[in-house]
Design a protein around this ligand. Structure first.
Ligand code: MG
Ligand code: ZN
Length: 421
């Protein structure tokens, strides 16, 4: 499978070199960004690169050559004139006849590429977009996805007043099938996120969001180079690869993050408990995953359908985003064991494996996110939450007072201080 690296675009003047270089050649932790990308892919067996160069492209060719030094094969396409992030791809239809990765040349990234490729193939996707939750969705372009990852729409900023959505955004890394290239007009300026993907979606192509907590950062400002360089040196970039297990804090929803109102059935009823967003922001900063596991018998009882539950969760993500926090995933159990009510949905009135205190949601999340349960935590306001944590084998299960201001924050502080000592 080929890896296309888009390394055109403007040059950047940096102090350490004291002349203009293309962004891909900016040294971070002692090496040009694009070299980190090539080495990361090579480690995983991807050895076939096609680099799109533009202004100052000769610097990239002079440095990387045919790739021999890295044990890889590199070909190039030199843009005659800048045609946006996608324009050059229009000329490459003959050279890209199978699925291929697309990286931007100014991104430090370390991902399990095989895992993303499997995701793409299992879904027979035309395009797979690497997405992640973002802590400022109100001023970001949102990728709106269904529960199975299928992309439903793109909400480009600026958003209208009172806008509510999930918090996933493009992280600027893709797998495309050749079908995508057919939607790029040759010789015309266009951008992947703004033009090509919306067109693919409108024309019925299968687009999927691949939600991942792995490390990916593009280079914006000089302090970003510093921070990213530090992340490389400290091992943080590599540690976040899906191949390595992660720690998580599992969180109950009602009564723990948002106010318990007894069977929350409408998005308008979501109200964050004081200190909850701050608590989750601290989990985000710590590098642990924040994963919600919630019993939602409102489905079995037919008080709320799946669309409304989706809106409830989008609202929760929006409220958290307003305060700079995000959760990595939300798992819910739609079941309830006691049947016999006239309005109920029979198919969900079952004895399942996911309803807390059973550990099903935690064990499933552990499998899907490569979480080490024995190093993870559960926090909730009920006995069922506490027991689900114990049954899943977490390191510590913590019960907090329902709807109490800052109760979640105190529990998270305790976890984080324990880790440091
Ligand atoms: Mg609760
Ligand atoms: Zn269930």
């Amino acid at each position: 499978m080929k890896v296309v690296i888009i390394a055109g675009g403007q040059g950047t003047r940096i102090r350490s070199v004291n002349s203009e270089v293309p962004k891909a050649m900016i040294p971070v932790a002692g090496k040009p960004i694009i070299e980190w990308e090539i080495e990361m892919a090579k480690r995983q067996g991807f050895e076939d690169f096609l680099i799109i160069t533009g202004y100052l492209g000769e610097q990239i060719r002079a440095y990387l050559g045919n790739g021999e030094r890295w044990g890889v094969k590199i070909e190039y396409y030199q843009e005659e004139q800048p045609l946006g992030t996608a324009g050059a791809l229009g000329y490459l239809k003959d050279r890209l006849t199978e699925d291929f990765f697309v990286f931007y040349g100014d991104t430090i990234v370390d991902i399990d590429m095989q895992r993303m490729m499997d995701f793409h193939r299992e879904r027979e996707a035309d395009a797979t977009l690497f997405v992640h939750p973002n802590d400022h969705p109100y001023d970001s372009d949102i990728v709106d996805m269904a529960a199975d990852g299928k992309v439903r729409g793109f909400f480009l900023k600026p958003h209208p007043e009172g806008f509510v959505s999930h918090n996933t955004v493009n992280a600027s890394l893709f797998i495309f099938s050749p079908t995508v290239l057919e939607r790029i007009e040759v010789g015309k300026k266009s951008h992947i996120e703004k033009n090509v993907l919306p067109r693919c979606l409108a024309e019925g192509l299968r687009l999927f969001g691949y939600n991942s907590p792995e490390y990916i950062k593009d280079m914006g400002t000089p302090d970003r180079y510093e921070a990213v360089g530090e992340d490389i040196r400290s091992g943080r970039v590599e540690k976040m690869n899906f191949k390595n297990s992660r720690k998580a804090v599992f969180l109950d929803r009602d009564g723990t993050i948002n106010r318990e109102v007894n069977l929350l059935d409408k998005a308008e009823k979501i109200e964050l408990i004081e200190g909850a967003a701050e608590a989750i922001r601290r989990i985000n900063k710590s590098g642990m995953l924040a994963i919600v596991v919630t019993n939602q018998p409102v489905i079995a009882r037919n008080l709320c359908d799946f669309d409304e539950l989706d809106r409830i969760h989008a609202t929760l993500e929006t409220r958290l985003g307003e305060e700079g926090a995000y959760v990595n995933a939300i798992y819910y159990c739609p079941h309830h064991p006691d049947s016999g009510y006239p309005e109920e949905r029979k198919e969900y009135k079952i004895e399942c494996e996911c309803r807390k205190p059973k550990p099903g949601m935690l064990t499933r999340a552990a499998k899907e996110w490569n979480i080490d349960l024995s190093e993870s935590y559960m926090i909730g306001d009920g006995k069922r939450d506490y027991e689900a944590g114990i049954n899943a084998g977490v390191k510590r299960s913590i019960m907090i007072e329902q709807n109490a201001p800052n109760a979640l924050l105190h529990a998270v502080e305790e976890i984080l201080s324990g880790r440091n000592s």
